[in-house]
Design a binder for this molecule. Sequence first.
Ligand code: HEM
Length: 129
Amino acid sequence: MMSIRLIKIAVIYLAIGMSLGLYMGSVQDFLFRSVHAHINLLGWASIALAALVFHMFPELVRTRLATIWFWGYNIATPISLVLLAFEVSGRAWAGPLLGISMTVVWAMGLVFAANVLINLRGSQAVPAR
Ligand code: HEM
């Protein structure tokens, strides 16, 4: 169930990220290229990869670390992306807040890594269908 929710979240980022990329190209204004890159990479690519990892290794879903990661990452990432957009468009106040929220995203990356390193066992893989 977590994998399905994650894939749906990921494709929403994909749609937004690609649309921003196409818009940047069409108006030849690349101010938001870092926002575009991070929507696509933190949003689409990282979340879709996490979904596949959770699907392949369901034991990883039933952990406290997975729950912490799911909520922490999915709250801090969109906040960070909005703050990044404010920051690159010259709103200096966004800088420190961006630092805080991106630190949460980073911490959630460590939580995800810890979940894999602590709880993944070779025998748990779901056979390919
Ligand atoms: C319809 C799909 C997409 C379009 C139209 C698009 C368009 C663009 C454009 C116009 C740029 C700026 C190029 C420049 O600064 O000269 C860019 C940069 C970039 N894009 Fe995309 N993109 C798309 C999909 C993706 C996806 C799926 C990813 C990653 C999963 C991605 C990752 C990046 C990265 C890493 C950069 C470099 C950002 C930087 O230089 O700061 N893009 N893209």
